[in-house]
Write a protein that binds this ligand. Structure first.
Ligand SMILES: [Zn+2]
Ligand SMILES: [Zn+2]
Length: 371
């Protein structure tokens, strides 16, 4: 009897630990940056209320499992392939259902919709709207104006989409310039689903548009991003003054975002620098005996992994110039400083942290050596 119960105990413990570890791995964790809370968001999502395959409850569940702070169900206003089976004259239904379903969870639902047009202007998401029905207008510019009248933050979706632009390059047309001038376009997707656009990134930096990264999920997040193999959906990290709809809105208009896609972080230099500074830090440093080789423990407090290229004056004693540090991991680096120093600097190029086309962020860490 005792035997059985102890085996059962051990089994339960193993199962519990296993499931907890699984959950923790999926729930995205990023540190707050100086002065702001870091919110994990996905503002391009579909359900059966446009051309997605699932009911809104699945989107809520996926977002909660991913540890997201905010999502928007951005149904196409003009493209409703399930309309015969799911007629819904009120285009706010998806949002209203999601808002109700999200009540037991700590998840913010932002009211949004996708304005779905040929290029130009292409597709765009309007967030923080009041009534999607009023945005259903024949003229695309008028649709943007109607959204803006409701206070919307509007971003250009998948500007690199090969169905609309065969060469995959982004072209900022005169219509887009007009939209920007009229305060009708505020952001651009650098990341959409499984694609990443250097062009879109350059447009964002040149035109002062907010860098966005979204899943544009139509099927299941688990399958699309191979979560069982360690994948994750693309998200936008939003650096907000407060964790609320208004906080997110202010941050998006102010351009405080970094997108996380596969193993890449992308954002304007100041945003990405703040995230790196909050994510990577020296935990301890000491010399090995009388040697001039310092043992430095570097800790990663974020869910992204980092690929660091040594650009400091010192070589490492136990590795070449590339250091990889996984999510929430610590690595030990042996630095040859030639003589024992009370403090020294380590500098890196962060190869998977993009601040523009083929441009990487840098990281500078000042090391205080323990005695
Ligand atoms: Zn769609
Ligand atoms: Zn679209």
């Amino acid at each position: 009897m005792i035997k059985y119960s102890s085996i059962l105990c051990i089994l339960t413990a193993v199962l519990l630990t296993g499931s907890l570890i699984g959950q923790d791995n999926r729930k995205m964790v990023f540190p707050d940056i100086e002065g702001y809370v870091t919110l994990k968001t996905d503002f391009h999502i579909h359900t059966v209320f446009s051309d997605g395959s699932v009911w809104p409850d699945i989107r809520i569940d996926e977002a909660v499992r991913d540890g997201l702070d905010a999502i928007s169900l951005t149904e196409h206003i003009e493209y409703l392939p399930h309309e015969e089976d799911i007629p819904h004259p009120d285009r706010n239904r998806s949002y209203l259902i999601a808002k109700e379903l999200a009540k037991p969870h700590d998840l913010i639902i932002v009211h949004g919709t996708e304005i779905t047009r040929d290029l130009p202007p292409g597709h765009a998401n309007a967030l923080f709207i009041q009534d999607a029905n009023k945005i259903k207008l024949a003229d695309p510019i008028e649709a943007y104006r109607a959204a803006r009248k409701q206070g919307a933050f509007i971003f250009w979706n998948h500007p690199n989409w090969i169905n609309q632009k065969e060469d995959g390059h982004v072209e900022l047309t005169s219509m887009h310039r007009q939209l920007i001038q009229e305060d009708l376009l505020h952001g651009i997707e650098v990341v959409n689903d499984l694609t990443y656009s250097d062009d879109a990134f350059e447009v964002a930096l040149k035109e002062g548009l907010t860098v966005m990264g979204t899943s544009d999920i139509h099927g299941l997040v688990d399958w699309q991003y191979r979560l069982s193999s360690g994948g994750h959906r693309p998200i936008s990290l939003v650096f907000a003054k407060e964790r609320s709809v208004d906080g997110i809105k202010e941050a998006l208009f102010a351009g405080r975002t970094v997108t996380w896609f596969e193993n890449i972080l992308a954002g304007d230099e100041s945003n990405l620098q703040a995230l790196l500074d909050a994510s990577l830090m020296i935990k301890e440093a000491s010399y090995i005996g009388p040697s001039s080789v310092a043992q430095v423990i570097l800790q990663n407090q974020s869910h992204a992994s980092y690929i660091l290229k040594n650009t400091s004056q010192y070589d490492f004693q136990s590795s070449a110039d590339i250091i990889e540090i996984g999510p929430h991991e610590s690595v030990k680096i042996l630095v040859m400083t030639n003589k024992q120093e009370a403090s020294f600097d380590m500098t890196f190029e962060v190869l998977n942290a993009m601040i523009g086309r083929r441009r990487h962020a840098t990281l500078s860490l000042s090391v205080e050596v323990d005695n």
